[in-house]
Design a protein around this ligand. Sequence first.
Ligand SMILES: CC(C)(COP(=O)(O)OP(=O)(O)OC[C@H]1O[C@@H](n2cnc3c(N)ncnc32)[C@H](O)[C@@H]1OP(=O)(O)O)[C@@H](O)C(=O)NCCC(=O)NCCS
Length: 162
Amino acid sequence: MDAAGLVEAPLEEADLEEVCAIERASFGTPWSRGLFEEELRRPGTCVWRVLRVPGAPAGSRVAAYGGFWRAVDEAHFTNLATRPDWRRRGAGRRLLRLLLAEARGLGCVRATLEVRPSNKAALALYTSEGFEAVAVRPRYYSDDDEDALILWKRSLTPTRPT
Ligand SMILES: CC(C)(COP(=O)(O)OP(=O)(O)OC[C@H]1O[C@@H](n2cnc3c(N)ncnc32)[C@H](O)[C@@H]1OP(=O)(O)O)[C@@H](O)C(=O)NCCC(=O)NCCS
């Protein structure tokens, strides 16, 4: 199955065990379950979506998840990750597009996020979806002091095909 067969849904508490396992597999400083629980308590501000594998057994239901914070008319992306065995099958791009459309529907007009310059996969995904690097936050990542690139997508208005 490729990412087109995955099912979009809001993140729920029942997803958190799998989401935290993907966090640990994906990031040096993974978010804790408590942090995700806090996010789920603020649905007006914190928007989270998952892509689920239809019919999969418990433990392998979540293929990808991601979220953003609404800050007036801006979407601040927090996390986006694909389960390792689902990578390079289109799930990250599908989820990013879904989240951008959600942000647009909520009245956001631009979006931003931070990414490590060494994270070539994420950078390729974001730039191919219209994000541009505009600044550097020196030594942003506390685990290894790597800088962060600050990316913005300046307009969430869909571009018309020419
Ligand atoms: C970044 C990430 C979310 C991409 O998810 P994915 O489901 O593999 O992404 P997709 O299959 O939709 O690929 C989308 C694009 O990303 C880029 N990409 C993905 N993996 C890549 C890799 N290993 N190397 C280079 N480019 C890559 C490509 O441009 C790809 O488009 P293409 O397939 O047309 O070439 C995934 O690698 C991941 O979870 N990484 C760990 C967590 C992380 O770093 N999150 C981002 C934090 S800012």
